[in-house]
Design a protein around this ligand. Structure first.
Ligand code: 3PG
Length: 212
């Protein structure tokens, strides 16, 4: 296993659930990340879907002790470079393109690339990827689908994301080819808007306790 894959795996193994955040206001990023870290969720993915996202990554990287901040929804090399420049320690993409693989190859920061079919997984294996995001997990076939990939595609580990919550997270976490799950449920929009950081720490603690 290469050094970048090891780095990625050690980040993903910090906790069973990686929070997937859509940050509308960069001012909420630091208290939100602190609330998640306090609940035991240290690896945090901030998606590049808002104007505030890069600034949010910058602030969390600089100010939140114990957090390992990554950037999600990376769709192209320009996103990749901007996210790394802002301080992202890992990069997540919903799918994969040749350009993205190329950008990732020349970076020290690991990429968790998205895949949803056996062929996509096989192509990423040819590129040397052993740890993938399975997206969109529930919509693509859920835990039963991922279980079906575990024997023919043994050796590939997944972080499923999309439609996962406290209710179904264990369906995935109990699979041999799942290292963690991703989800937005630990940081509901309304709680962030209300500044309910204690409530978010509670949700994070529940998530962190999954898999005992
Ligand atoms: C996403 O990219 O939006 C993530 O997969 C999170 O999905 P969720 O909101 O269904 O948890």
């Amino acid at each position: 296993m290469g050094a970048k894959t090891e780095k990625l795996l050690s980040t993903l193994k910090l906790q069973p659930v990686v929070p997937v955040l859509i940050v509308e206001d960069a001012a909420t990023a630091v208290p939100l990340a602190r609330a998640l870290v306090a609940g035991g969720l240290k690896a945090i993915e901030i998606t590049m879907r808002t104007d505030a996202a890069l600034e949010a990554v910058r602030r969390v990287a600089a100010e939140v002790e114990g957090a390992v901040v990554g950037a999600g929804t990376i769709l192209n090399p320009a996103h990749f470079e901007a996210a790394v420049e802002a301080g992202s320690q890992f990069i997540v993409s919903p799918g994969t393109t040749r350009e993205l693989i190329h950008a990732a190859r020349s970076s020290d920061i690991p990429l968790l690339p998205g895949a949803a079919t056996a062929s996509e997984v096989m192509q990423l294996r040819e590129e040397g990827y052993q740890v993938l995001k399975f997206f969109p997990a529930e919509q693509a076939g859920g835990a039963a689908y991922l279980r079906a990939l575990s024997s023919p595609l043994a050796g590939t580990l997944f972080c499923p994301t999309g439609g996962i919550s406290l209710k179904n997270a264990m369906d995935y976490l109990s699979l041999p080819n799942v290292v963690c799950v991703g989800g937005s449920w630990v940081a509901p929009k309304e709680m962030v808007a209300a500044g309910d950081w204690a409530g978010i720490t509670r949700l994070a603690s529940e998530a962190a306790a999954l898999r005992g």
